[in-house]
Design a protein around this ligand. Structure first.
Ligand code: NDP
Length: 394
């Protein structure tokens, strides 16, 4: 029987993974090793009971008594805290879903790779923060990373049987997010509620705001470079409001392979779960005649400064990805708590990059986990200072 673990089980990607596992037979078809969550212990405990997990772990240590109580008599072990989540990644599982949000997903993912596991990677932040280390760890330990981000799953599928050397360019599609059609001068006043009204995808709160600001796409550009080993110049972004084409690969003979499907994360998750096979998945089938048209437009860099910043990050290399991601996470926290505006997020990230990049060792891809966590920490401190200064100016 195949064994699985889900890190970030209580989130949007985690729920979709759980849904697919249950539909495929649940505890009768899979042995569930570890399920982890942040604070939602009621849901975590429910999932752990249904799948008869070996262990359930919540990140927030203050939630441990509630988790223990919810799982009393179930035979499921319980634990809490970041270290316990990382330890859970040492437990043997054939297939591990990495769906914690933010840089907190990095260490458990790395630990799973060190044991040679197959890592289904939704947590793009770990590739942005530590791409070279993550990919090298996978190579050193014979582990496999399968992309779960819909764009990267699309590219992965378009590349099946192809030589990466024959690729001319990779075109990432972007919905443009909730504020896509707003006048640019109105963006500074956008509220959290408005930025959360995504037209096509149902996702966690943080990635939905990142879609509106295109920080999500900026992370994905870096993720593409790290995962597929192409140059930054080979990665393009196009706005495609319908979210039907999930990405495209252009080859040197002029052919372009596109991946189409309904916007439902259960497709890329299911593809990673069944890989290298394909199995029926409970996603809507496209009716092309009803769709009738698919539209595209070039992104405006004044509207989406994140797309400009990710190019600077890729040019700087080294620890720039860790700084970029950490500063973005802090800027997003401050937008969510109402202290800075929507367009201020990019300003905070730009300011942090400008202050930190000259200080940090750059232009090398040889980095240790300690270097990365140090850069992440420093970036959070500097970004918090930049956000506080920005809030004071408002
Ligand atoms: P959610 O916010 O919905 O869920 C995040 C999960 O991580 C929850 O289980 C949450 O626990 C847990 N969590 C939060 N903070 C911590 C922490 N500090 N330590 C450990 N666990 C924590 O996120 P999504 O599911 O939307 O996204 C997950 C990842 O997948 C992200 O990296 C995102 O970029 C990526 N992704 C998401 C897509 C989507 O459609 N949602 C699409 C493509 C990629 P709890 O809720 O219990 O507090």
């Amino acid at each position: 029987m195949r064994s699985i673990s889900i890190f970030g089980a209580t989130g949007s990607v985690g729920e979709s993974t759980y849904d697919l596992i249950c539909r495929a037979g649940g505890a009768a078809a899979f042995r569930t090793v570890a399920l982890t969550g942040g604070r939602n212990v009621a849901r975590l405990a429910e999932m752990a009971r249904v799948l008869r997990a070996d262990i359930a772990v919540c990140a927030d240590e203050t939630c441990l008594p509630a988790l223990r109580e919810a799982l009393a008599g179930s035979g499921v072990e319980v634990a809490a805290g970041d270290a316990a989540i990382a330890d859970a990644a040492d437990r043997p599982a054939d297939w591990v879903m990495s769906a914690i949000v933010g840089a907190a997903g990095l260490v458990p993912g790395l630990r799973a790779l060190r044991h040679g596991r197959t890592l289904a990677l939704a947590n793009k932040e770990s590739l942005v923060t530590a791409g070279p280390l993550l990919m090298q760890t996978a190579r050193d330990h014979g582990a496999r990373i399968l992309p779960v981000d819909s764009e990267h799953s699309a590219i992965f599928q378009a590349l099946a049987g192809e030589d990466i050397g024959a690729v001319e360019r990779i075109i990432l599609t972007a919905s443009g997010g909730a504020l896509r059609d707003w006048p640019i001068e109105a963006l500074a006043r956008a509220t959290v509620k408005e930025a959360l009204a995504h037209p096509n995808w149902s996702m966690g709160q943080r990635i939905t705001i990142d879609s509106a600001s295109m920080f999500n796409k900026a992370l994905e550009v870096i993720e593409t470079r790290e995962f597929f080993g192409v140059t930054p110049e080979q990665v393009e972004v196009i706005i495609h409001p319908e979210s039907i084409i999930h990405s495209l690969v252009g080859f040197q003979d002029g052919a372009i392979m596109a991946h189409l499907g309904a916007p439902d994360m259960r497709h890329p998750i299911g593809y990673a779960l069944n890989w290298p096979d394909r199995a029926p998945l409970p996603v809507a089938r496209l009716d092309l005649a009803q769709l009738a048209t698919l539209s595209f437009r070039a992104p405006d860099l004044a509207r989406y400064p994140a797309l400009r910043l990710c190019r600077e990050v890729m040019a700087a290399r080294g620890l720039a990805g860790a700084v970029f991601n950490a500063a973005k996470e802090i800027a997003l926290d401050r937008f969510l708590d109402g202290s800075i505006g929507f367009m201020d997020m990019a300003g905070v990230v730009e300011d942090t990059l400008a202050r930190l990049l000259p200080e940090l060792g750059l232009e090398t891809d040889v980095m240790t986990l300690e270097d990365i966590l140090g850069a992440d920490h420093l970036a959070r401190v500097r970004a918090a200072e930049a956000a506080t200064a920005c809030a004071a100016r408002r």
